[in-house]
Design a protein around this ligand. Structure first.
Ligand SMILES: Cc1cc2nc3c(=O)[nH]c(=O)nc-3n(C[C@H](O)[C@H](O)[C@H](O)COP(=O)(O)OP(=O)(O)OC[C@H]3O[C@@H](n4cnc5c(N)ncnc54)[C@H](O)[C@@H]3O)c2cc1C
Length: 461
């Protein structure tokens, strides 16, 4: 990072990964300035504070953040316990945001609306690498100000940009007009949002962990409010992916989630509609009619969109990015996590090198670094920002020595010929693979195996 060394490093977002980035930058003697759109740190997780994480505390804490917290008398939670989102905030993120080294550098209510290079639009190359970045921020006082910084770490997550309900990547016809009938992606159906769902016809759309969590919580609501009807629409031919790897899942809580949903469907508590690709929504006084590509329709009072998320790339429009054309993750990372091929929950350890863009000293990290892929884990993000901070500080050796404290596993190997979940191009990029991704020795993968072997391409249609 040779541009304007006296300038700070902007961190966009004070989620767990943004705060961890700030902690690592401080350890490196660099000066972070953190812009958080919400009113508090962890604002996105605040929206799902009622959901339990499936990874235990020991994998949810960043080492540099813990080093900042310990002198304050903070007590580490029990490493094996599974926190709720709310506990992750109350017992970790909020205390971390209060540590003076962080709080003095954290701007809340500060939404980054654009990032560029000072005086240069995307087409200008002269002195580009040494020109400071300009980060445009809409602050809590309503004013928009430009901030000059030496580097930018975008840890803004994906929570605010959910995927549409429409099956083709676009909103279904009528989706915007039916907005009143569509809830947030992970509503607290038994708690603060209960009134919206109790005794209603609720349609859950999607086939991931969010859908599983929501379906289980709705079934608890239906026990107390028997008029509640639970409908579930998935685009694929079956719900097997949601039922998951069961006992083969490296995270038992995650495995149990799918198994519980399966039991609820089999017991008739949830009405499952497979192959239901949505192409239209029609809001009525009495509810909403949801239409499928094949002509089927479902009537509901409210729709819960568990359709996943995508990164907001608009704020990065003036930067030179190298993104995977499908996953919208940094180009070398994309193939390793592409949900089309990869659902095993593991990934080769990676850091600054893999996350780099043609735009020098700019990195996308955390949930946003996975683009449209849903398998991101905090532990992966913490290693990303450790490596990025080292790279920005000029410690290339440390930046390149990536080591994830997650179980090592080769579970990504599948029975699909000689192929792994990881497509060949990605495997070829991996230094440990000789030829093809299952060449000996196998690429070292780390993470918690889901017990699923293929991505979507392994499904029957
Ligand atoms: C329901 C759920 C359960 C999960 N469970 C687990 C689990 O068990 N284990 C695990 O390891 N991972 C889990 N994850 C995945 C992932 O770890 C979390 O999503 C985590 O919150 C990602 O952290 P982050 O810091 O990258 O992003 P976020 O937590 O999304 O933080 C991003 C922050 O940036 C802010 N922001 C957004 N846009 C802007 C902007 N333009 N300007 C300024 N600020 C902005 C947001 O307000 C937010 O505070 C889960 C995710 C979900 C949704």
């Amino acid at each position: 990072m040779d541009s304007a060394k006296s300038l700070p490093v902007a961190v966009i977002g004070a989620g767990p990964v943004g705060l961890a980035a700030a902690a690592h930058l401080l350890e490196r003697g660099l000066e972070p300035v953190i812009f958080e759109a919400g009113t508090t740190a962890g604002a996105a997780i605040e929206r799902w504070r009622h959901i339990r994480l499936f990874s235990p505390w020991r994998f949810n804490l960043d080492a540099a953040a813990v080093r900042l917290l310990e002198p304050t008398g903070w007590e580490s939670p029990r490493p094996t316990a599974l926190p709720y989102g709310g506990e992750l905030i109350d017992n970790y993120l909020a205390p971390l945001a209060r540590v003076p080294q962080i709080s003095s550098r954290l701007h809340t209510g500060a939404r980054v609306t654009a990032v560029t290079r000072q005086g240069l639009d995307k087409t200008h190359v002269r002195n580009r690498d040494t020109t400071p970045f300009l980060v445009r921020v809409r602050h809590a006082d309503g004013e928009t100000r430009d901030h000059a910084v030496a580097a930018v770490i975008d840890a803004s997550g994906t929570w605010s940009t959910r995927n549409p309900l429409g099956t083709s990547g676009l909103p279904a016809i009528g989706e915007e007009a039916a907005a009143d009938r569509i809830s947030s992606p992970l509503p607290d159906v038994t708690g603060r949002d209960r009134a919206q769902f109790a005794g209603r016809r609720v349609l859950v759309v999607g086939a991931g962990h969010s859908a599983a969590n929501t379906l289980i919580n709705l079934s608890a609501l239906a026990k107390e409010e028997p008029d509640t009807r639970i409908l579930w629409a998935v685009r694929g031919p079956s719900a097997e992916k949601v039922y998951g790897g069961g006992d083969a899942d490296g995270l038992p809580a995650r495995g149990q989630l799918g198994a519980r949903v399966r039991r609820l469907v089999e017991a008739g508590k949830i009405e499952l509609h497979t192959g239901f690709g949505i192409n239209s929504l029609k809001a009525l006084d009495s509810g909403v009619t949801v239409g499928a590509v094949d002509g089927r329709t479902l009537e509901a009072d409210v729709v819960i969109p568990c359709t996943g998320f995508r990164p907001d790339l608009d704020i990065l429009r003036e930067l030179r990015l190298d993104l995977d054309p499908a996953v919208e993750a940094p180009v070398q990372l994309g193939p390793l996590i592409d949900p089309e091929f990869h659902s095993c929950g593991t990934v080769p350890p990676h850091g600054a090198k893999l996350l780099a863009h043609p735009e020098k000293d700019f990195y996308i990290v955390g949930m946003k670094s996975y683009g449209r892929a849903p398998t991101f884990l905090l532990a992966t993000g913490y290693e990303q920002v450790r490596s990025v901070a080292a790279a920005l500080a000029g410690d290339q050796d440390s930046a390149d020595t990536v080591h994830l404290e997650l179980p090592e596993t080769g579970v990504c190997s599948t029975d699909a010929g000689s192929s792994c979940d990881v497509p060949l191009a990605a495997a070829a990029a991996d230094a440990t693979a000789d030829s093809g991704c299952c060449a000996s020795p196998e690429p070292v993968l780390v993470g918690f195996p889901t017990g699923l072997s293929h991505g979507r391409s392994g499904a029957s249609t």
